[in-house]
Design a binder for this molecule. Sequence first.
Ligand SMILES: Cc1ncc(COP(=O)(O)O)c(C=O)c1O
Length: 382
Amino acid sequence: MGERFETKTVHIGHQPLRQVKSKSTPIYQTSVFAFEGLEDVEQYYAGEGEYLYTRNGNPNQAELSDAIAALEGASAGVSAASGMGAIMAGLLAVLKPGDHVLASHEIYGGTYALLHKELSRFQIELECMDLNEKQTLADHVRPTTRLFFMETITNPLLTVADMPYWIKQAKEHGLTVMIDNTFATPYLLQPISLGADLVVHSATKYIGGHSDVTSGVLVGSEELIARAREIVVSYGASLSPFEAWLTSRGLKTLALRMDRQCDNASEVAGYLAQHPAVRKVHYPTPEATRFFARQKQGAMVSFTLEDESKIYEFYRALQWIKFAPSLAGVETSVSHPVTTSHRAFTEEQRQASGITMGLVRLSVGIESAADIIDELGRALEK
Ligand SMILES: Cc1ncc(COP(=O)(O)O)c(C=O)c1O
């Protein structure tokens, strides 16, 4: 170490990685990794050293993506700075200019925008289909069709299309199947077991679970993930070590949270279904989720008010359930699709889709179901 104050302040006390037996994974909050010598750099590029620069890879990112890959039954995974980063990496790992994508017409708005507005600039064409109708994929597949994309439980109407039916057909046509499993999580379903090639998560939601992190994970075969990882690195969509660490910490309680949140959601859906101020409850049926690995219907419940003009009063009357346009945290929250995620819809599209002014999307948390019901009941009385 240098002798002088200025040099000492920079170098003193530095502790390169030591063999300490910490119980929890340390946060590798470093943008770069140090090498002993030039030989080590050569080793890294020969595939023998693990880490060079955090945008390219970091132990916290790997902890998260390895865990999700294992839980989803995939051979590899890559984490990304958001669910959208992971979706982008998955799409670009497969698609090239001139390709055609078949997707459900009920996909997350951000995914639609990525495909429709951004990837269309690279001559990638999107076609959306109604997966709730049992049509045959053959009527839509073209010689250029490369990828089939759907979500397990859709947002905000929480429909569950027959995933085994669609995956089987997509595979028969040689398409790569990519599933957004954000709403179900690997606790309820592992789409790889149904034949999916890529599974993506907005880990911002149930995997993180505490509304304090933005992150994404993509899992699949070694080959597809190797390509997706190159895309994450080149497009600068890498997950920060701290965000990766927070997400991994959240993941540890995924099973506990999902059990509680799904059970609460089931009680809340039952309560809302018999309430005179509620016209319709959107909540998956056991029949729709029969192919899930676990017989639970997810933890989201949407509902439409009988008198849609009372929607402003309803949101104002909520005392502790927060209005927040995201989902899946341990705290129950509500969102309003028409003024948030589906703002761009015309009145005609709203009526056709059922995403109308009176639709409330409820993300059920881990609190007492009785308290959630009391709070909703109070607001509905008003
Ligand atoms: C189903 C689904 N997929 C992907 C995303 C995008 O995830 P993120 O916000 O982490 O980029 C979201 C965000 O709400 C989502 O609901």
